[in-house]
Design a protein around this ligand. Structure first.
Ligand SMILES: Cc1cc2nc3c(=O)[nH]c(=O)nc-3n(C[C@H](O)[C@H](O)[C@H](O)COP(=O)(O)OP(=O)(O)OC[C@H]3O[C@@H](n4cnc5c(N)ncnc54)[C@H](O)[C@@H]3O)c2cc1C
Length: 149
């Protein structure tokens, strides 16, 4: 188990906590991968940084010719998104195929991507869409192609 639990309200606050722990803290989103790995003893960490209160990370919008998806968007958000239904139905369909309703309601696209399971259901459509991932750290903001990620 972890000894400390944090629930930051902003990306900036989360980054300060993560930096303080110098790699000994883990981001916790829906927890559907992380908590199982913890229980099974596959990973250990000192602090959990629960990002679910960071509202700026949960959105699906259309801007010019691109779609923007916040990392905290759940599989249910993707499955029900009018933007995805109009522009990338196969990504909405992939999200709808994840696990059960309970898993889809809390599991996030960010967690699905970061966990990097070869069979992750949103990974193939995101690759096909030439997705670009925005990664934020105390050092700044980087954009990485899905392929490179
Ligand atoms: C019963 C069950 C069925 C499942 N079925 C499927 C399935 O059919 N298809 C499928 O693809 N997956 C499935 N999964 C796996 C899981 O639900 C998904 O991978 C889910 O999207 C993970 O998201 P999460 O928010 O729960 O991630 P978490 O468990 O919270 O985190 C996963 C990893 O990502 C990191 N992380 C999370 N968010 C961020 C972020 N914003 N920034 C940086 N790091 C982050 C965490 O630190 C952790 O290492 C299943 C899991 C269970 C338990």
């Amino acid at each position: 188990m972890f000894r400390k639990y944090y629930r930051p309200q902003s990306i900036a606050e989360a980054l300060v906590i993560l930096a303080d722990y110098e790699g000994r803290a883990r981001v916790l989103a829906g927890g559907t991968d992380l908590m199982l790995q913890l229980k099974q003893g596959e990973i250990s960490f000192e602090a959990a940084v629960d990002i679910t209160a960071i509202k700026e990370l949960r959105y699906i919008t259309e801007e010019n010719d691109s779609i923007k998806i916040g990392a905290l968007s759940t599989h249910t958000d993707l499955a029900q998104s009018p933007v995805l239904h109009k522009k990338a139905l196969f990504l909405a369909d992939a999200a709808r195929s994840v696990g059960s309703l309970q898993i889809r309601n809390v599991g996030t696209v960010g967690g699905n991507v970061v966990n990097a399971q070869p069979a992750a259901d949103t990974a193939v459509p995101l690759m096909a869409l030439n997705a670009v991932v925005t990664v934020v750290s105390p050092g700044g903001v980087r954009q990485i192609s899905f392929d490179d990620l």
